[in-house]
Design a protein around this ligand. Structure first.
Ligand code: C5P
Length: 409
């Protein structure tokens, strides 16, 4: 993250089984150097003890405004906070916040604060889908709070669906995004967004492949932010670092450029926006050997692998689309400046060659992008706009890209 200054972060915890994950959220913030004040509800303490939160945050923990009354803590903590993060938020807490209740330390603090509020809900699917909860969520969003989408998956019982708490790592990343750039708008509600991410692997034989250094982090950050801006997200993922699934997204794992092309072709017609953040290998072995190649075994050995060019997926998508229609197509370009041109000039030429609507150009001159949490570059539009993207977290870059593109979707 590109946050250098320590911030004062309140972590509110309400009484659901996911409260144990709040410990990792607290840890995530303190490890980045932020000062954390945990405010659990009474019921949260049925799941995690006060001592755990005090040890992890290095601060005393209070649940009621009637403790140390002389300090008027809810006023003090609420006013001093730079950010309030509530994880997990139960259906009951959402209802109390929507009503503006102030019947414990956490709700009183939220009413007092001028800081951005980020809420990560967790509950059973039926409770999340209940119109009462949905109305409370809509009201809180309307009032400027960022209510994140819950993750989909296995819940405490045998049930699965939306309602799982996001991964602590996702909560920390998204909360810091809101801290530095403000409440997430829901401008992608009702839109379908496909993001390709990671690197392709082109088989040499059953054991070896040609691959690249892509970590998939930028693509996953785009998918994550798009999901919380309201989009229905599909991620077509090649090889990536171990990254949590973006909220509610369908993740389709692929191996080679040909696989990726096939999956995206099948998904194409449903999408409003396609973002090709994947690092697709330019070439592949002409023949993937059926059995493992042996060292120095004559003709079919490892010293001579014939290559052929992979399809350019991005160009194919642009060609397939009827003029002026959807989906909006966004490409990526990792460039380095050289004696012929700067990285930006190379990017401009690539945008013209590929024919996509937007191109995010990364300057990769100094090993600054692959696997790193930050990114920088320029966002170019086919219409000639140039938006400079100063170095920042991949989530901030994702938001800038999505906000620019959402205006046309
Ligand atoms: O030509 P270059 O590889 O620099 O282009 C990068 C952009 O094109 C990225 O958006 C990448 O996902 C896409 N691409 C593709 N198919 C290829 C190579 C790149 O879609 N074979």
């Amino acid at each position: 993250m590109a946050h250098t200054a320590a911030k004062r972060i309140v972590v509110g915890v309400s009484g659901g089984i996911a409260a144990y994950k709040a410990c990792h959220v607290v840890r995530g913030f303190t490890e980045l150097g932020h000062e954390v004040q945990v405010i659990p509800t009474e019921n949260a303490l049925r799941f995690v003890g006060k001592a755990t939160f005090e040890a992890l945050s290095h601060n005393p923990v209070f649940t009621s405004v009637y403790e140390e009354v002389d300090q008027v803590r809810h006023v003090q903590v609420g006013q001093r906070a730079d950010l309030v993060v509530i994880a997990p938020a139960t259906a009951d807490l959402l209802a109390r916040l929507a009503q503006g209740r102030a019947n414990d330390m956490l709700t009183s603090t939220v009413l007092m604060t001028g800081a951005p509020v980020v809420i990560a809900p967790a509950m059973h699917t039926e409770m999340w889908n209940n119109p009462a909860t949905q109305a409370n969520v809509a009201l809180l969003r309307d009032r400027g709070m960022t209510v994140l989408e819950p993750a989909h998956g296995r819940l405490t019982g045998s049930d699965t669906g939306p309602g799982r708490l996001l991964d602590p790592e996702q909560i920390v990343d998204l909360a810091l995004l809101v801290l530095s750039t403000g409440m997430l708008p829901r401008t992608l509600a009702g839109k379908r967004v496909l993001v390709s991410a990671g690197g392709t692997r082109e088989a040499i034989d059953p054991v070896r492949f040609i691959g690249n250094h892509s970590s998939g982090r930028q693509g996953f950050a785009i998918a994550e932010v798009a999901a919380h801006m309201g989009a229905a997200v599909t991620v077509v993922a090649g090889a990536t670092d171990r990254l949590p699934t973006p909220a509610g997204a369908t993740v389709i794992a692929v191996d080679s450029a040909n696989d990726m092309q096939q999956v995206i072709a099948d998904e194409f017609a449903k999408q409003n926006i396609i973002i090709m953040a994947a690092a697709v290998a330019d070439v592949r072995p002409k023949i993937a050997a059926a059995t493992k190649l042996k060292k120095g075994s004559g003709t079919a050995d490892l010293q001579q692998i014939d290559l052929c060019e992979n399809p350019d997926i991005l160009r194919g998508l642009v060609k397939r689309r009827a003029t002026g229609s959807q989906p909006i197509i966004v490409g990526f370009a990792a460039e380095t400046g050289d004696t012929a041109a700067t990285a930006l000039e190379h990017g401009r030429a690539k945008l013209a060659r590929k024919g996509c609507d937007w191109l995010l150009v990364n300057d990769v001159s100094q090993d600054q992008v692959f696997g790193k949490p930050t990114n920088a570059g320029w966002l170019l539009s086919a219409g000639g706009e140039v938006l400079e993207l100063p170095r920042d977290s991949k989530f901030v870059i994702a938001r800038q890209l999505l906000e620019a593109v959402a205006q046309q979707a």
